[in-house]
Design a protein around this ligand. Structure first.
Ligand SMILES: [Zn+2]
Ligand SMILES: [Zn+2]
Length: 391
């Protein structure tokens, strides 16, 4: 596996932020700001209000280019512009678990622990230092009546890949391990590890990963002539890690006894009968919803056959005969799968994964706002495209 692109340092998007101010009648300063950037990389920008010495207070709504800066929510707040990294993303840090990720400017929750908080609580350490730096420069310039101050982020961006000494003030971001665009709200997320919540709407990324990566890879191997026995083994293992993620999240987010928590987090999910009853009895999540009995039984047997492939070299043991009720094979016989039965199992696993995901989000609902906004935008774009075709 190629990990060379994990944890790369990503340069700031650069540019210069120029604050101009003049004393006003009330004894304070009237402030205007301008951002100059001529760099070829991506650059997005948001604004916040902050209080000295660098306390973020609220998101600043940014209007058009020539619109005045809106009034701050508290007196003495200063407007601070925060720019993205050179890939157009913003780094964030969770106030609860302390972990870092990158996404759009304003997350609603942590992709790792699902903590929800107002957007400005997710500013990264580097952004907080930057805010302090800006406030101190502004404060000094206003005290000295300097008329203007320039925050030079070009120097910061240039320092990332240079061997020269870095400027006294420095910001960059760091690429993480799994980059995904949320299917529900279209937000880009770059997170540590493989699975998480979309930091904008709270939809889990596991289902898209399972269906769009794990199962696709196994199907491709099968199509290329790979052994169906290995496909069954790998598919059940992939489903096991998929459902373990939801188990872990339910253990974290739903109040339950220590014993249940331990059972949910410390155990493999290889026994479909037990997994079904756990999820159904404890959370009212029916993993096999909508599946005919014959399909459920077939899948259950495949889970048991996985055990033989994984631990017994494919030889039938007494446990398998007792548990599966399979009368077509005898003790010690080596069994094999067909490509058809493997493909059928993959289809059933996708149905089950969708049931787990839907049941989980019934208990831990995602945020409707970002999902609806994305749906409205998509509908609007479709209408425009249809209009253009009709003209
Ligand atoms: Zn967190
Ligand atoms: Zn989302």
């Amino acid at each position: 596996m190629d990990n060379s692109r994990d944890f790369r340092e990503i340069a700031h998007s650069g540019g210069q932020i120029i604050y101009t101010f003049e004393p006003n009648e009330s004894g304070g300063h009237s402030l205007s700001l301008r951002v100059v950037s001529s760099r070829p990389n991506a650059m997005a920008m948001v604004g916040i209000y902050a209080l000295p010495p660098g306390v973020p207070v609220a998101v600043m709504p940014i209007g058009g280019m020539f619109e005045p800066i809106p009034q701050p929510p508290l007196p003495n707040c200063l407007p601070i512009m925060i720019q993205s990294d050179s890939e157009g993303c913003f780094g964030h840090k969770c106030p609860a678990c302390g972990n870092y990720w990158r996404s759009g400017p304003w997350p609603n929750l942590c992709p790792y622990c699902a903590t929800r908080a107002p957007e400005i609580h997710f500013l990264s350490g580097a952004q907080r230092q930057y805010i302090e730096h800006c406030i101190s420069m502004l404060h000094d310039a206003m005290t000295e009546d300097a008329g203007s101050v320039t925050i030079d982020m070009d120097a910061v961006a240039d320092a990332t890949f240079s061997t020269a000494e870095r400027p006294a003030f420095y910001v960059s971001d760091e690429s993480q391990q799994r980059k995904f665009t949320c299917g529900s709200c279209d937000e880009f997320n770059d997170i540590l590890g493989r699975f998480g919540y979309c930091s904008r709407c709270g939809t889990r990324s596991d289902l898209a990963d399972f269906e769009g990566r794990s199962i696709v890879e196994i199907r491709e191997r099968l199509k290329a002539g790979g052994a169906p026995d290995s496909a069954v083994r790998d598919a059940v293992a992939a489903f096991d890690s998929f459902i373990a993620q939801y188990g872990k999240q339910l253990a974290e987010l739903v109040p339950m006894t220590k014993q249940r928590k331990a059972r949910l987090t410390g155990r493999a999910f290889h026994d479909l009968k037990k997994v079904r009853s756990t999820f159904s009895d404890w959370f009212d999540i029916d993993i096999c919803r909508g599946m005919p009995d014959a399909e459920i039984n077939r899948t259950q047997v495949m889970f048991q056959r996985r055990h033989l492939y994984e631990h017994n070299g494919g030889e039938v043991d007494q446990h398998y005969l007792d548990e599966s009720g399979d009368t077509t094979v005898k003790l010690k016989q080596v069994i094999h799968e067909s490509a058809e039965s493997s493909h059928a199992l993959l289809g059933s696993l996708i149905k089950m994964a969708k049931n787990v995901h839907a049941g989980f989000h019934e208990l831990i609902p995602p945020l409707e706002g970002p999902i609806k906004a994305h749906a409205d935008q998509t509908a609007h774009r479709r209408q425009l495209a249809a209009g253009m075709r009709n003209n």
